[in-house]
Design a protein around this ligand. Structure first.
Ligand code: URA
Length: 220
C-alpha cells in the first residue's frame, strides 16, 4: 500500500477504510473503530488484542486501565507513547469484551498488514495470546505454544516483505487481574529495550539480522 503520497496520507486512507469497514459482525455495535495511533516512523509497534469500552468510546487504543499500565511499562524502559505505534489485531470492540474470534481477526488482517507495512517497525511487541499467535504463526515465526511458553522469546517474522523481530509478552490486563505477573512483563519489556539498543547500535539492518541468526535472547 505505501508508495503513493506521503506516510500521513497513506495513514489517513487506512483510517478511513477501517472506519467504513463492515467486513465482520464487530461493525454492528461499535461506537468508534480504533485504527491505532502513534509515531508512523516508530521502531517499535505494539500489537494488542481488541478495543475495550473506553477505547470504543474514544476511538483510541489502550486508553483504559490496561493502557495506563502500558504507559507505565513504556516509561520503565525509557519510551513514551509518542515514540511507538499502538494497534490491535481487531479494530472494533467485541461485545462485552469477549475474545476476538478467528474470522474477525482474519477480516482485520489486511488492515493490520497495511499498518505494519506503513510503519515498518524493527520490533513488534505482541500483547497477549491472540496477537502473539497471529503474528508468529501467520508470518513464518514457527509454532505458537501459548503465551506462558512464548513470552520473552524473540522470533523473526516477515510481514508483507518487512522483516521484524517479535517480542511476545502478556497482555497488560493480565497483570491487572494477577499482579504477580507484573515482574514477568517488566522483564519482557527489558528484553524489548535490549533488542532496541542493539538495533540502534552500530549494526545496521544486515548486522542485526546476522546477530539474530547467531543466537537468541532468551527470557531470564
Ligand atoms: N486491550 C487491548 O488489547 N487493546 C486496547 O486497545 C485496549 C485494551
Amino acid at each position: 500500500m505505501p508508495g503513493t503520497g506521503n506516510k500521513f496520507e497513506e495513514w489517513e486512507r487506512i483510517v478511513n477504510a477501517i472506519k467504513s469497514c463492515r467486513k465482520c459482525r464487530l461493525a454492528e455495535n461499535r461506537r468508534n473503530a480504533v485504527p491505532g495511533e502513534g509515531n508512523l516512523d516508530a521502531a517499535v509497534l505494539f500489537l494488542g488484542e481488541a478495543p475495550g469500552r473506553m477505547e470504543d468510546l474514544e476511538g483510541r487504543p489502550f486508553v483504559g486501565a490496561a493502557g495506563r499500565l502500558l504507559n507505565r511499562l513504556l516509561e520503565g524502559i525509557g519510551l513514551r507513547r509518542e515514540d511507538v505505534f499502538i494497534t490491535n489485531v481487531v479494530k472494533c470492540r467485541p461485545p462485552n469484551n469477549r475474545d476476538p474470534k478467528e474470522d474477525e481477526i482474519e477480516a482485520c488482517r489486511p488492515f493490520t498488514e497495511a499498518i505494519i507495512r506503513l510503519v515498518s517497525p524493527r520490533i513488534i511487541v505482541t500483547l497477549g495470546n491472540h496477537a502473539g499467535k497471529f503474528l508468529i504463526e501467520g508470518y513464518g515465526g514457527g509454532r505458537w505454544r501459548g503465551i506462558t511458553a512464548e513470552h520473552g522469546r524473540i522470533r523473526k517474522v516477515r510481514v508483507k516483505g518487512i522483516d521484524v523481530i517479535v517480542v511476545p509478552t502478556y497482555h497488560p490486563a493480565a497483570a491487572l487481574y494477577n499482579p504477580k505477573l507484573l515482574p514477568t512483563i517488566e522483564n519482557d519489556f527489558k528484553i524489548v529495550k535490549s533488542v532496541l539498543e542493539k538495533e540502534k547500535g552500530s549494526r545496521g539492518e544486515q548486522g542485526l539480522l546476522k546477530w539474530l541468526r547467531g543466537g537468541s535472547l532468551e527470557r531470564k
